[in-house]
Design a protein around this ligand. Structure first.
Ligand code: 5GP
Ligand code: MG
Length: 179
């Protein structure tokens, strides 16, 4: 699969993704029974995951959106900016942050700090994918659908330079293209 100048290979099928999303939703259904959390989709990457996940939960839920952008400096220190804030008041609310992928964890560390400052009652993290070996921050990932290798992936909401988000399956950068 060609995306812009790079070649990618099929890595996780749409069917497998949906099965894992359903399994994650089952965990949430147990833990949020009787509650009414706000599920906060982190744009842009999590929009497809969030759309599938919210349709599998069976508790009352509000949906919100936030946008962050991360820049990686010359060293591995990530600088994360908040680009668009949540519309809802989160004071005293249970928050489930819905994120596409956790890599170093810098983005999620910033998101969690923001919610703490806003006075949320509880904040949990639900991510589609995690690259466990690359986590260098001290964040807790409460729910994760799939663990993956430390390679660059696209599809199911995730992009390569803005492209590939609409692919149904998840693709991994070809070894030949990994320079
Ligand atoms: P972190 O702050 O945890 O290092 O990075 C998280 C963000 O980096 C994700 O929200 C995502 O936007 C981006 N990212 C990390 N790994 C990948 C990847 O393999 N593919 C894509 N498309 N984005 C990634
Ligand atoms: Mg992202």
């Amino acid at each position: 699969m060609q995306v812009l100048d790079k070649e990618f290979e099929l890595y996780i099928t749409h069917e497998e993704i949906l099965n894992k999303v359903k399994a994650l939703a089952e965990e949430l259904n147990k833990d949020y029974n009787g509650k009414c959390p706000i599920m906060v989709c982190i744009l842009n990457g999590a929009f497809i995951f969030a759309a599938d996940l919210v349709r599998e939960v069976n508790f009352p839920v509000e949906i919100g959106f936030m946008k962050y952008s991360s820049y990686v400096g010359l060293d591995t220190v990530g600088i994360v900016d908040k680009v668009a804030d949540l519309a809802q008041d989160v004071k005293g609310r249970d928050i489930i942050v819905v994120e596409d992928i956790i890599d170093t964890g810098y983005t999620m560390e910033r998101i969690l700090r923001d919610f703490k400052e806003k006075g949320a009652a509880s904040v949990k993290v639900a991510c589609l994918l995690q690259k466990p070996k690359k986590l260098i921050t001290n964040i807790k990932v409460d729910y994760c659908a799939l663990d993956i290798k430390n390679e660059f992936i696209v599809g199911y909401g995730l992009d390569y330079n803005g492209h590939g988000r609409n692919l149904k399956d998840i693709y991994i950068l070809s070894p030949d293209d990994n320079d």
